[in-house]
Design a protein around this ligand. Structure first.
Ligand code: C5P
Length: 237
């Protein structure tokens, strides 16, 4: 299923490769985040991209514009299909990310990676907002940051499925919404607080679903991914 991105949150390239081999065809792409990237480096991104897999490089860049531009350029060179930055880095940082991706695409005549902004981590809840110095609700902050990301030329945002409706209202139908925090009725929530099932998230207007533990920690990851794909097909028919 094109819209299902599986988070390869494992420690070794061998485990990531084995999961990708098992899930190819049912997953629409693979997300490589800070855990695998820190332990293994960019070669696993290149390897999967060279096999034709769509790789979402989830390193949530958040730094001064010049540094983020350099990181996005490196991500584009590694063959990543989607890259993300933190919207809280501000408009100049997001514009620098956009420009770096476009310049590298023009130089190589390849499509630019999608550049997506993280709004608020899906592990944060309203109760935690004050502890990080934000005096309003998660939803208000998400809406503000999504609008800023769009005005900065980005392709979409990462957000909790519970925020899809307000982002769609504010940013329109062409803006990509990537939603982690996907949990079925029987799944452990773990550290996620703002969750929804895969079918509900798609029906609400999610563009891509990011699913990690419900698939990769299952006894049979392919069967778990197929169940999610079937649930999505049922919800869109
Ligand atoms: O295992 P689980 O399904 O919770 O995995 C969700 C994935 O999405 C993790 O790799 C996590 O780092 C990532 N993510 C998230 N919330 C965000 C951005 C990314 O959970 N806002």
């Amino acid at each position: 299923m094109d819209q299902l991105l599986v988070a390869l949150d494992v420690d070794t390239a061998a485990e990531a490769r084995a999961l990708a081999d098992r899930l190819r065809g049912v997953a629409g792409g693979f997300k490589i985040g800070s855990r695998l990237f820190t332990s293994h480096g960019p070669s696993i991104v290149q390897e999967l991209a060279e096999r034709g897999d769509r790789v979402f490089l989830d390193l949530k860049f958040h730094d001064i514009p010049n540094t983020v531009a350099g990181a996005v350029n490196a991500a584009a060179r590694s063959g990543a299909w989607m890259v993300n930055v933190h919207a809280a880095g501000g408009a100049a940082m997001m514009e620098a990310a956009r420009k770096a991706a476009d310049q590298e695409a023009a130089r190589t005549s390849r499509p630019a990676p999608l550049i997506i902004a993280v709004t608020m981590l899906t592990s944060l809840s309203d109760a935690m907002m004050e502890t990080i110095g934000i005096g309003h609700r998660v939803a208000d902050q998400v809406e503000r940051l999504a609008a800023l990301a769009q005005a900065s030329g980005l392709d979409g945002v990462v957000a909790s499925p519970q925020e899809i409706a307000l982002i769609r209202r504010r940013c329109g139908s062409a803006f990509a919404i990537v939603t982690p925090g996907i949990r079925g009725a029987g799944d452990a929530k773990g550290d996620q607080s703002r969750t929804m099932s895969a079918g509900e998230a798609l029906a609400a207007g999610s563009t891509y679903l990011v699913v990690g533990r419900p698939i990769i920690a299952a006894a049979d990851p392919r069967a778990a991914a197929e169940r999610i794909a079937a649930e999505c097909a049922a919800s869109s028919s």
